[in-house]
Design a protein around this ligand. Structure first.
Ligand SMILES: NC(=O)c1ccc[n+]([C@@H]2O[C@H](COP(=O)([O-])OP(=O)(O)OC[C@H]3O[C@@H](n4cnc5c(N)ncnc54)[C@H](O)[C@@H]3O)[C@@H](O)[C@H]2O)c1
Length: 271
């Protein structure tokens, strides 16, 4: 590794993973540490965040854990305070948390809509709200918000609150980048395409339960999707983590307000 994040302090939300394997947040927390950052791993599932922190410390890196629901203001304040108490500053805020609730506008329950908006969108507002004053004092910081290509295109999946929340994250990213640029606070978004993570495996299994084509299996679905991606492979958590290192590091010091699409070319060809 190249010490791209040496001496930097990072908060990664959703640093665990909902199942075995590598989620985007887990891979990002680990790669940040490999690049020299000290990482506060936070997740609603403390055990999952602890697993990520253990990977980091076993590799000789520095990590700490705090559990919390990032849709709740008091939890977010605790996370920020903990980072400042333990590490004294915040250089990188990586907003990774995102959840999917099924159903289009006519089918989705009001509760599911409210929860998706709170977890996906309000969380980005809250973490930014409590981090930016500290970054202003430091005269710098990098905020990275996980969006999705579903914010740009209809992907054929009916989960209305998800792409709507992600589209709002894109605009939140741009207005915040413009407003806080004078303090050298950079705010960028990563828009993953089809990335094989535990979250996707879980969503595909749920989707296939309601599929009328009984011959469709998870393997068939994955292959069908893969054949439509110009680079002819699903992305993985490391593709997203490497993009996050770039946006977190000084290599991107003149880049702010960017929607960085990491999708193997999917949006180039999606009708
Ligand atoms: N995997 C993909 O194909 C894909 C595509 C586009 C965008 N994304 C985005 O990438 C991000 C991460 O995806 P992932 O695949 O790593 O997901 P993941 O589900 O594996 O990890 C997310 C983590 O967030 C935690 N979490 C959920 N709700 C929380 C809450 N309220 N407060 C704190 N933590 C909470 C979960 O416990 C989990 O450990 C999401 O924002 C997702 O929308 C993923």
């Amino acid at each position: 590794m190249t010490d791209k994040l040496k001496n930097k302090i990072a908060i990664v939300t959703g640093a665990g993973s909902i199942g075995p394997g590598w989620g985007n947040g887990k891979a990002t927390a680990v790669i940040f540490a490999r690049e020299g950052a000290k990482v506060l791993c936070t997740d609603i599932n403390e055990e999952a965040a602890q697993e990520t922190a253990n990977i980091i410390t076993d590799e000789g890196g520095v990590a700490s854990v705090i559990s919390g629901d990032v849709s709740k203001s008091d939890h977010v304040q605790e996370i920020i305070n903990r980072c400042l108490d333990e590490f004294g500053r915040i250089d990188i805020l990586h907003n990774n948390v995102g959840i999917v609730k099924p159903g289009g506008a006519a089918e989705q329950s009001e509760d599911d809509w409210d929860r998706a908006m709170a977890v996906n969108l309000k969380s980005v507002f809250l973490t930014s709200k409590f981090c930016i004053p500290q970054m202003k004092k430091q005269k710098g910081g990098s905020i990275i918000n996980l969006s999705s290509i579903s914010a740009l295109r209809y992907l054929g999946i009916d989960y209305v609150s998800y792409p709507t929340s992600k589209a709002a994250i894109n605009q939140f990213t741009k207005v915040s980048a413009a407003q806080y640029g004078p303090w050298n606070i950079r705010v960028n978004a990563i828009l993953p395409g089809f990335n094989r993570t535990p979250m996707v495996d879980h969503a595909v299994i749920e989707m296939l339960k309601n599929n009328s084509d009984e011959t469709m299996t998870i393997e068939k679905y994955l292959k069908w999707r893969e054949d439509k991606i110009p680079l002819r492979r699903w992305g993985d958590a490391w593709d997203i983590a490497k993009a996050a290192v770039f946006l977190a590091s000084d290599d991107s010091s003149y880049i702010t307000g960017l929607e960085l699409v990491v999708d193997g070319g999917t949006t180039l060809v999606l009708e």
